[in-house]
Design a protein around this ligand. Structure first.
Ligand SMILES: Cc1cc2nc3c(=O)[nH]c(=O)nc-3n(C[C@H](O)[C@H](O)[C@H](O)COP(=O)(O)OP(=O)(O)OC[C@H]3O[C@@H](n4cnc5c(N)ncnc54)[C@H](O)[C@@H]3O)c2cc1C
Length: 318
């Protein structure tokens, strides 16, 4: 069992969300966990962290690290690691998370594994490489290991035994802000009212087969309370923003249900959705490779199949 420090760079106003809870669960696979949180957490958040097994919560005191890009965050996390002496550090696999992981690896002389899709208690990390064509296992040989973990690597469940975390402030090292890039303004993306793509329990995704009309995709998503996703063919065509792209160069999703419509299931699309619990594919071509990964397939025109599904779901929910 390795004591593990979980880094949480975002605490949503409404409390811990699926991404944070999955990271805590991933940390618990390795051993007892503490958490380094970039903003001062509320009492409710500290309680929630305890319910998910966090024994100590480290904060940067009065410093506000959320207003900076990664360099001061990495410097502070290294200071926390010096104090907490963990055997492993777990971060999310976002662009920022991976950069912090790299910087931390240099500072701690620690081995770094990114793109982790599963962890084992002995520190073995599993990742899929070359757009999901191969699965590899890797293990860090240095005393400290840093893991950047993808969504869906662990189930967001409370710890079997809750903890009452102590909250400790660790100062941001002197000079960490000296040459740091500060965020001067943020503009919130307009909210669609649909769940966030990477957090949604259900995703309805459309591809080139939509021919630019995402209406049936959005209608079905709204009937199911789902998020909308897209293939790169659809985002490259400008039919929908790149924020919705699922795949190797888009977002990784791991919902309970992924409905793929008018998508051929190329290996790069698969890389972002193959860990979905159930995959339903709607495609007019019975030979489409998407049916090889689908649990349930419908050969048909999405403009006929999806509206029927939407109507039936609405009727049953009425
Ligand atoms: C380096 C690299 C990175 C990439 N990253 C990504 C990525 O992150 N995500 C991603 O998705 N792709 C990515 N791609 C692109 C990927 O290789 C495919 O080109 C892309 O996924 C194809 O999108 P598509 O399935 O929508 O289009 P197509 O492959 O053209 O498939 C369209 C499908 O729609 C079906 N269809 C057509 N009309 C209908 C209809 N009316 N009803 C039902 N079905 C219909 C067709 O039978 C077909 O199977 C990447 C490629 C490269 C080289």
């Amino acid at each position: 069992m390795t004591s593990t420090l979980v880094y949480l760079d975002v605490i949503p106003a409404e409390g811990l969300g699926k991404p944070q809870l999955e990271l805590l669960a991933a940390g618990r696979i390795l051993g007892p966990i503490s958490a380094a949180v970039v903003t001062q957490p509320s009492d409710a958040v500290v309680r929630e962290l305890g319910e998910h097994g966090v024994e100590t919560v480290y904060t940067p005191g009065d410093a506000d690290l959320s207003g900076y890009l990664v360099a001061p965050q990495a410097a502070w996390l290294a200071a926390v690691a010096s104090a907490a002496q963990p055997g492993a550090v777990v971060l999310d696999n976002s662009f920022e998370g991976k950069e912090i992981a790299g910087r931390l690896g240099v500072r701690l002389d620690a081995g770094v594994i990114t793109d982790v899709v599963a962890l084992e208690g002995d520190g073995t990390a599993h990742k899929t490489v070359l757009a999901g064509s191969y699965e590899v296992s890797a293990k860090v040989t240095s005393p400290v290991a840093v893991f950047a973990v993808k969504p869906g690597a662990a189930e967001a469940a409370p710890a079997p035994v809750a903890a009452s975390p102590a909250v400790k402030a660790i100062e941001v090292p002197e000079g960490a802000f000296a040459r740091a890039a500060r965020i001067t303004a943020r503009t919130d993306r307009p909210r669609s009212g649909r769940p966030e793509l990477t957090e949604a329990a259900i995703v309805v995704a459309g591809g080139r087969g939509t021919d630019g009309d995402f209406g049936p995709i959005e209608d079905l998503a709204d009937a199911l309370g789902a998020a909308v996703g897209a293939s790169r063919a659809a985002t490259d065509a400008g039919w929908i923003s790149h924020d919705f792209q699922v795949g190797q160069t888009g977002k990784t999703v791991s919902p309970q249900l992924y409905i793929s419509a008018g998508i051929s299931g190329a290996i790069q699309q698969k890389a972002g959705m193959q860990t979905a619990k159930v995959i339903v594919a709607v495609n007019s071509d019975p030979e489409s490779p998407v049916f090889e990964i689908a649990d349930f397939g419908v050969v048909g025109d999405l403009f006929k199949v999806l509206p029927q599904a939407t109507e039936e779901i609405k009727r049953r929910r009425a």
